[in-house]
Write a new protein. Structure first.
Length: 317
């Protein structure tokens, strides 16, 4: 049975990988030959995803039910990297919703900077940790589950960092975001970049990532759901794509050379080999940085009594 691509409706595809890079389990990830969007085939059902993200996801990928200090440290540093794009594209005191807020580190940073933030987190352990550790307003559940509790057109900005690639119905999810944003509101997304080649080949395709975007396919997806591109602070071949979009009243078409896009994505996939990764300067630097990171993180429990103190000191620098 043929499966139509989510972005363009095309049925042509080339399978890039047939297994989960983390577990080795069977998993088919394919690029659409009509538009270049890469996705898992077939996509899982929504009910299965809701159960997985509420209970099992954090255990699968971090082996914990609540974040350790090292996870808070990493997420806090990432929050600081994400802040400039938001500050550039919103006003002081803006009302902001962070979808997939994890342990609450970005919401805590926004609160410290005098915004009006809230979070949505499907994982019970992480969501409750953010509530109890920092006193943050976190809605537990996936976006569709908590939508009825949120006021339409009430947010100036909605952020979602490493969330959109996990969504099995991108158009539905974006429609829900559209409902929540004020007219002219801003959506900031961050997703892995499928054009990135300086990464380990087993760190690309796994069951939690249902879609793999390039800058062009991400912009095309957003344009089709009434969001216009506003800003970005990442390059075409960096490891992540971080973009800001503005809510519009009507969908639009984003034009790019689709044939060339497919070739670029296949070429990037073929380049991601262990030889290329281990012999590159980037791979060697990453290994050295990882050793330094592990040494630093082992010292965190001696330096900070709890996560709140850690973030307070990190965000006051």
């Amino acid at each position: 049975m043929k499966t139509a691509a989510t972005l363009c409706g095309g049925e042509g595809k080339i399978v890039l990988c047939q297994h989960d890079g983390k577990t080795g389990a069977a998993l088919s990830s394919a690029v659409c030959t009509d538009c270049g969007l890469v996705q898992v085939v077939p996509l899982p059902e929504q009910q299965a995803l809701e159960a997985y993200y509420s209970q099992s996801y954090r255990q699968d990928y971090k082996k914990v039910d609540v974040p350790k200090l090292k996870h808070v440290w990493r997420a806090g540093n990432n929050a600081l990297l994400r802040l400039p794009l938001l500050e550039k594209n919103t006003s002081p005191g803006a009302r902001i919703l962070d979808v997939g807020s994890g342990g609450g580190e970005f919401v805590a940073l926004l609160k410290q900077r005098n915004y009006q933030p809230e979070g949505i987190e499907p994982n019970v352990g992480y969501g409750n940790f953010a509530r109890s550790s920092y006193g943050l307003p976190i809605h537990l559940g996936m976006l569709g589950q908590v939508l009825q509790n949120l006021q339409p057109q009430s947010y100036d900005v909605i952020t979602a960092f490493h969330v959109f690639e996990h969504v099995n119905r991108p158009a539905t999810w974006l429609s829900q975001i559209h409902q929540l944003l004020k007219p002219g509101g801003v959506l900031i997304l961050e997703v892995p970049n499928i054009l990135h080649t300086r990464c380990a080949p087993n760190n690309v395709f796994f069951k939690a990532h249902l879609f793999h975007y390039s800058p062009n396919t991400l912009r095309a997806m957003l344009a089709s759901q009434s969001f216009s591109w506003l800003d970005s602070d990442t390059g075409e071949q960096e490891g992540i794509i971080r973009m800001a979009f503005r809510k519009e009243q009507q969908p639009d078409a984003y034009f790019y050379d689709r044939s060339a896009e497919v070739k670029k994505i296949i070429g990037a996939h073929e380049k991601r080999t262990w030889f290329h990764y281990l012999c590159s300067i980037h791979g060697l630097k990453k290994f050295g940085n990882r050793i330094r990171q592990l040494i630093l993180e082992r010292q965190l429990p001696q330096q900070y009594p709890d996560a709140k103190q850690l973030l307070s000191q990190l965000y006051s620098r």
